[in-house]
Design a protein around this ligand. Structure first.
Ligand code: SAM
Length: 358
């Protein structure tokens, strides 16, 4: 048996082996099993983050092309009951733009896995409007929230997102903490020449606020092809900056989580923890347990998949649950060893992150 290196882990290559008979989960040829389903509810967003989409927005999917509430619930149920999924994260685009979000959360969080476990539910959001909706979402059964926030400076926030909404995001974070949607994570993307000088302040703020900051590398998934390897701030650079202010002690037990985590001390006083998600320079594909469902009903086994499997088309042509499950398992089985976004000759996916689900 040969092995493929993926930056950190190594995987056995069994690509020629047939899918094991009687195996019902979302297994791939490298032995990885998906259990974490990311469900994108819309490709639309109310921000225009410069690293994600152009100021004028994108040609959004027409309403009839989006999965309906009933179609989403059917696929999530199938994933939990028949395919081994036990965690569901709603994302987008901006998932808070979908009016049926509480109903979808209620449906997902009421599901039980075949061995009787409650499905864990989470939301990835820009936080706008969360101050008004956090209580309802918690009541509907939502467990956790991750909020995206790249800066604490109002004018820089406006420059990055093209919207003056920093106060709304901070109010959303406060409301989510009050509603118990914890542990609350805050994802910050660092862009050279924009917010790279803020990492230390963001860590201090996160530790004081009781949220876990995760600093993420910019990936080649923007809609307008602005990504450039040489201008990407790497995880190594972020850590070097943080070490100028803090003592960082690595925390073990990362499992399938994307973030490498450190305990943060400042002059001997423990402040909290920080995570760094080095998707490009230190990919974690070997431990990946994710599967994505786009707002228009494609499943993708990787954020960087060149294309997806169209479950919406199957549903709308009358497919049975078993037909859907077979198509979904086939997509999982074909998952590549790694996303290769830092490799020469990397081919970008056919759509941007906002239209896949972040
Ligand atoms: N609207 C929601 C939000 O803001 O969290 C969910 C979708 S958004 C695409 C999810 C995350 O993707 C955000 O944290 C955003 O910063 C991040 N993101 C967008 N484009 C990215 C890129 N090219 N590389 C890395 N992360 C990106």
């Amino acid at each position: 048996m040969t092995s493929v290196g993926l930056g950190m882990p190594t995987l056995p290559v069994t690509a020629t082996a047939p899918r094991p008979l009687g195996e019902n989960g979302l297994l791939d040829t490298y032995g990885r099993r998906a259990r974490d389903l990311r469900v994108s509810l819309t490709d639309r967003c109310n921000l225009r983050c410069s690293y994600c989409m152009p100021p004028e927005g994108l040609p959004w999917l027409p309403g009839p092309e989006l999965l309906s509430s009933a179609e989403i619930v059917r696929l999530v149920e199938l994933a939990v009951h028949d395919l081994g999924i036990d965690e569901v994260r709603f994302t987008g685009g901006e998932p808070l733009l979908r009016k049926d979000l509480p109903a979808l959360v209620r449906a997902a969080s009421s599901l039980r896995t075949p061995d009787g476990r409650r499905v864990k539910t989470a939301l990835t959001t820009n936080g706008i409007g969360l101050d008004r909706r956090a209580g309802d979402l918690a009541e509907a059964g939502l467990d956790r929230v991750t909020v995206s926030l790249d800066t604490l400076d109002r004018s820089r926030y406006q420059a990055i997102t093209q919207r003056d909404r920093l106060a709304d995001v901070l109010a959303g974070i406060d409301a989510a903490l009050v509603a118990g949607l914890t542990p609350l994570k805050v994802n910050s993307l660092v862009v050279r020449g924009v917010n790279e000088g803020e990492a230390v302040d963001l860590v201090r703020w996160a530790c004081a606020t009781g949220v876990e900051l995760r600093i993420i590398e910019h990936m080649p998934l923007d809609a307008h092809d602005s990504w450039d390897r040489s201008s990407m701030v790497t995880a190594a650079e972020v850590l070097a900056t943080l070490r100028t202010a803090f003592e960082l002690t690595p925390l073990p037990g990362r499992g399938s989580a994307p973030a490498e985590r450190w305990e943060v001390h400042e002059r001997g006083v423990r402040l909290g923890t920080v995570g760094v998600i080095a998707s490009v320079t230190r990919p974690f594909c070997g431990d990946c347990d994710r599967m994505r469902l786009t707002a228009d009903g494609q499943v993708r086994s990787c954020l960087f998949s060149a294309s997806g499997t169209d479950l919406r088309g199957l549903i709308r042509s009358g497919a049975s649950d078993e037909d859907l499950a077979q198509a979904w398992r086939g997509n999982a089985w074909a998952k590549k060893a790694g996303h290769g976004s830092d490799d020469q000759g990397f081919v970008r996916p056919d759509r941007p992150m906002s239209a896949i689900g972040g």
